[in-house]
Design a binder for this molecule. Sequence first.
Ligand code: NAD
Ligand code: ZN
Ligand code: ZN
Length: 344
Amino acid sequence: MKALQYRTIGAPPEIVEVETPVPGPGQIRLKVTAAGVCHSDAFIMGLPAEQYTFGLPLTLGHEGVGVIDMVGDGVAGDRLGESVAVYGPWGCGECYTCSQGMENYCERAEALHITPPGLGSPGSMAEYIILDSPRHAIPLGGLDPVKSVSLTDAGLTPYHAIKGSLAKLVPGSSAVVIGVGGLGHVAVQMLRALSPANVIAVDVDEEKLRLASDVGAHHAVHSGHDAAAAIRGFTGDKGATAVFDFVAAQATLDLGKAVVHTNGDQVLVGVGAGVLGVGVLAGPYDSTIRAPYWGSRSELFEVLELARCGLVHVETEVFSLDDAPTAYERLHAGTLRGRAVIVP
Ligand code: NAD
Ligand code: ZN
Ligand code: ZN
């Protein structure tokens, strides 16, 4: 089968022919219908050899949807033919944290060398993908696979991040979304769907700010020297109740810190290299800094339900598997509207 693999440190990913995988005991196979392109892929492909820990060659793709077309020994065949979304942050399924559906924070994943598809295990940018358990195949329930594939990460990750602050986002509150690309433009919609907060989008790119407004942001602010003043112009003296930072570079962390309110949340989702100081007098009283990772299995059910209700969608640009390297070039150039989706 064809697959898009990262094979050489520092080189672009390549389309290669690999053996079509067969599910082992307890596993299932999907015929992939779509795979999403995430900035985290670009991040890991930008790491120097000494920091790269995801294995080579690596079949990319940690956002995936497909149809169950083969099951391994010990798996009932009753779901064959079902259209499913891949829950990516695989855990052991058995520890206390996994028992609550939070496999993204599995206690034993590291010890058991469990890695997500596309981030260690073979990913979805191929004609077929093996899932380690049917548990990780979440019913799509009638959703369009191409339009919904990125809900598995660009939807699930902001959902999990926002849920942690939802109790604070009362009427009169303000939420700032920094970086309205793949994850950020979904975050804006989720904030609008789940809270009465005033939503302020921040980006360096005018097109992305236009997208943010199109999907429901109340205000759009250009990132730069006067961004903090512009945000305070919309929040008033009390500042932002929650800042969701999908960049997390030093400049955006500093911006978030400059606008976050007493008792507010600064939520770091981007994998930028910024660092925030912590201390009794280092920030507003009782403010919280969190760095959430992906989301729980039950939250993916909730995200798909939000899409089914028509409250959240992903703006997508579609590429063929042969053209997948171009999608990564467009991501790098910052010219995608929403998410790039690969259709094998
Ligand atoms: P993306 O490239 O689609 O979007 C990033 C956006 O940030 C773009 O619109 C870009 O113009 C904007 N931006 C860049 N620099 C900026 C600045 N200084 N100020 C304001 N805006 C700026 O990326 P994505 O796929 O949405 O991913 C966003 C981040 O989240 C990445 O760092 C990715 O690695 C990370 N991520 C984290 C998790 C997690 O679990 N924590 C999961 C998925 C992705
Ligand atoms: Zn991702
Ligand atoms: Zn576990």
